[in-house]
Design a protein around this ligand. Structure first.
Ligand SMILES: Cc1cc2nc3c(=O)[nH]c(=O)nc-3n(C[C@H](O)[C@H](O)[C@H](O)COP(=O)(O)O)c2cc1C
Length: 385
């Protein structure tokens, strides 16, 4: 959700505060963003050092669905945290698995900067793609010392990377050379394409707008997001995941009972309709789109899509380009069927699965999103029960 625009659901009176005064009303919950400054500073164990970066990776709805087991020397066993799935919008854990791929890539990039090579064995006990992820390991990552290792320059952009959900500058095009540089940054064998072509941009603006609108109009999928709203500093710090609405403004609106999860669900109100339009309208500010297509849709493809997505997002950050995934049309719940078919006909005409689709453009930088600390991730325990 575009938080700034979402404020419009509160009515005209607060629009001014929402759009012009955002910075002065936005002290972020420090505890929730502390993992961004803790990364790489306090851990001697190279695995913990790498993990302190991995937890900063992009992931769906910022659920941070990882559990790690460090009980075997020089190994990280990665598991899903079963509490952190998104069964309505991600019924087969495809997107959650992509997020875990981002995690593995960032962990590997971070380890390389310290002279540790990471070799990943994905799903060593097998997998099932027709259900939510189960409790078998997602990957075993083995750390081996290698003093000849050259760090990947993409790692330099980890701290500035953000999923930018604000409107983009519609006066500023994204040049072909820039798109090419971003699309070339993968490395796991998937097809990565991007386009700033006017007719492609118009078509995808409309498709992503309709799909986002449909997700909000489908009560169970919209509620899945609303249940993850964290409103105000104490909620964000108590649960530094999900969709954060932090800053003094939200603090007040939450305390006054004007902006609550219940009020956000009242789809009959005029303010809801105006708010929804504001949220979906960011799709109209896309200045280019980028998509990732895998040949099949196995868990291995999904992990690779995540590993590539991590690299693509770091490359976009390097180029100063803002990106926001717009995943709604790619989601596999029945109500989205027509849009799913349409997006595949457009972007994967020869077959395959569109794993990621994002809008690109230029926008001011935004604050980092909240994270659970590495200590709390480690405290979740390794293998899920
Ligand atoms: C597989 C996947 C799907 C995502 N889909 C969306 C989406 O549809 N809309 C959106 O605004 N962000 C989407 N995101 C971005 C996440 O919301 C974002 O990574 C998360 O909130 C953490 O924020 P950060 O990337 O700025 O650290 C997606 C990310 C991943 C990895």
């Amino acid at each position: 959700m575009n938080k700034r625009d979402f404020l419009r659901i509160m009515g005209g009176g607060v629009v001014v505060a929402a759009t012009s005064g955002c910075d002065i009303i936005r002290p972020l919950p420090n505890k929730a963003i502390a993992p961004w400054s803790a990364a790489g500073t306090v851990y001697e164990d190279p695995r913990k050092n790498a993990l302190s970066y991995a937890i900063l990776c992009p992931n769906p709805h910022n659920r941070q669905p990882w559990q790690v087991d460090l009980s075997v020397a020089n190994e990280v066993a990665l598991y899903i945290d079963p509490e952190k799935q998104l069964p309505h919008t991600d019924p087969f854990s495809r997107q959650i698995t992509i997020g875990l791929g981002c995690f593995l890539e960032l962990m590997s990039l971070a380890a390389a900067t310290q002279g540790w090579a990471v070799s990943v064995t994905p799903f060593p006990e097998g997998y099932d793609t027709s259900n939510l992820l189960d409790t078998r390991p997602v990957a075993i990552a083995k750390f081996t010392r290698d003093d000849t290792l050259e760090p990947d320059a993409l790692f330099d952009h980890v701290m500035e990377r953000r999923s930018v959900k604000e409107p983009y500058d519609t006066e500023k095009t994204v040049a072909n050379a820039t798109l090419d540089a971003i699309a070339r940054s993968g490395g796991h064998g998937l097809t990565i394409e991007a386009s700033n072509d006017d007719s492609s941009v118009q078509t995808l603006r409309q498709l992503t707008r309709e799909a986002l609108s449909l997700e909000i109009d489908t009560p169970r999928t919209y509620k899945e997001s609303v249940d993850l709203f964290r409103i105000g500093k104490s909620e964000v710090e108590a649960n530094p995941d999900g969709i954060d609405f932090s800053g003094r403004f939200f603090e007040i609106m939450g305390q006054l009972g004007i902006f609550t999860r219940e009020s956000a669900l009242d789809s009959t109100s005029t303010s809801f309709k105006q708010g929804k339009e504001s949220v979906v309208s960011v799709t109209d500010t896309a200045m280019a789109h980028l998509w990732v297509v895998s040949p099949a849709n196995t868990r291995l493809d999904q992990l690779k899509a995540g590993r590539d997505w991590m690299r693509i997002h770091l490359a976009a950050t390097r180029e100063g380009v803002a990106m926001q995934p717009l995943s709604q049309a790619l989601q596999e719940y029945p109500e989205m069927g027509d849009h799913y078919k349409q997006v595949h006909e457009l972007l994967a005409p020869s077959g395959g699965t569109v794993q990621m689709l994002a809008r690109l453009g230029y926008a001011d930088t935004v604050s980092p999103s909240p994270r659970w600390s590495l200590e709390s991730v480690l405290a979740r325990g390794g293998k899920p029960a």
